[in-house]
Design a protein around this ligand. Structure first.
Ligand SMILES: CCCCCC/C=C\CCCCCCCCCC(=O)SCCNC(=O)CCNC(=O)[C@H](O)C(C)(C)COP(=O)(O)OP(=O)(O)OC[C@H]1O[C@@H](n2cnc3c(N)ncnc32)[C@H](O)[C@@H]1OP(=O)(O)O
Ligand SMILES: CCCCCCCC/C=C\CCCCCCCC(=O)OC[C@@H](O)COP(=O)(O)O
Length: 271
């Protein structure tokens, strides 16, 4: 008798869960983490067999394997300014950083021989940490500025000897409060020390489809805008602040433009 009563509950409960936006939020987030971990399990032996260990060429494998993940999460990307990435040789890419979902946008446009600067804690993220190491990601200790600076100065040299491009998040942490956080200086020292151009890339706001506080994760389209490169030839450490302000200015206006906000709206307005 009891079983008959259970039937509608068993049928309706999944439906209720499925339509609940909070459920969808947690489901998509768990799926994302678990699936990336699984993809890393597949990627690790491929990378080791292909390159024998830590090698920037492994980023090609990672880029290829991660590109389809957006479809499962209902995300689409619109890219503008492709032509600005057609720059020969090493450069530093800087972009805003809203969430770990940024990885999906990065693989859409990641140039060859490009890896990233990341916080050292990421190396402990299980198989994802392992694949980050194999992909040549440069790990820094944000709590020890002098260590971080040394690692980045070494990276400036390696960029030139090994013809490597580096992707840095100059905000230094994730930020979803609208607008951009004031920039840290590392990316600009890096580009000046290596005397290579900076290519700014802006991700439009996720706030229309991904709301952490409200626990909503809907489908959405993200605009990725690649901005014209900023040359650093002839600049010295004295020019870091000017360079950083210039990059902040162009990126902030692009962010407002592609996120459908006016320049007067929220976010830290002054640098
Ligand atoms: C198939 C498998 C699938 C698996 C999934 C995996 C998929 C893909 C893999 C890829 C995923 C990777 C994604 C990576 C994302 C990770 C993102 C992050 O971790 S973001 C956080 C880490 N990044 C950063 O923090 C970079 C930005 N930070 C900086 O650049 C900072 O400047 C610093 C950390 C170097 C220093 O920090 P801090 O002291 O807080 O900041 P400042 O105010 O900027 O600097 C203080 C003074 O030091 C001077 N300075 C800074 N850098 C240098 C330098 N290199 N050389 C000389 N001097 C430097 C600066 O000018 C300041 O001095 P002042 O006199 O005040 O000017
Ligand atoms: C056994 C350990 C399990 C750990 C589980 C975590 C695994 C993460 C799995 C999948 C996500 C894939 C994308 C990984 C890259 C995301 C990097 C990232 O966005 O790091 C955050 C960092 O930029 C800023 O951090 P803070 O906000 O400053 O702190």
């Amino acid at each position: 008798m009891d079983a008959v009563w259970m039937l509608p509950v068993l049928l309706v409960l999944p439906l209720l869960l499925w339509t609940s936006s909070t459920f969808v939020f947690y489901f998509k987030k768990c799926f994302y983490v678990a699936y990336m971990m699984l993809l890393a399990v597949i990627a690790i032996p491929i990378c080791i067999l292909k390159s024998g260990g830590r090698d920037i060429e492994n980023m090609r494998v990672i880029r290829f394997l991660v590109r389809h993940v957006k479809y499962f999460l209902g995300l689409r990307y619109q890219v503008s300014g492709w032509e600005h990435l057609q720059t020969e040789g090493p450069y530093v890419i800087i972009s805003n950083h809203q969430s770990s979902l940024d990885v999906l946008g990065m693989v859409e446009i990641l140039p060859d021989r490009c890896t990233m600067i990341a916080k050292k804690e990421l190396i402990w993220a299980g198989t994802v940490g392992m694949i980050c190491w194999l992909g040549g990601i440069v790990f820094i200790n944000r709590k020890k500025t002098s260590d971080a600076k040394n690692v980045m100065s070494d990276a400036a040299k390696t960029m030139l000897t090994d013809k490597i491009r580096l992707w840095v998040f100059p905000e230094g942490t994730r930020n979803q409060n609208g607008g951009l956080l004031p920039f840290k200086k590392g990316a600009f020292h890096l580009a000046i020390q290596a005397q290579v151009p900076i290519i700014p890339i802006v991700f439009s706001s996720y706030s229309k489809f991904y709301l952490r506080k409200e626990k909503e994760f809907k489908s959405g389209t993200i605009t990725l805008k690649v901005l014209p490169k900023i040359e650093t030839k002839g600049l010295t450490a004295d020019d870091v602040t000017t360079l950083s302000d210039q990059a902040f200015g162009v990126m902030r206006s692009a962010f407002m433009e592609i996120s459908g906000q006016s320049a007067q709206s929220n976010g830290p307005s002054t640098h």
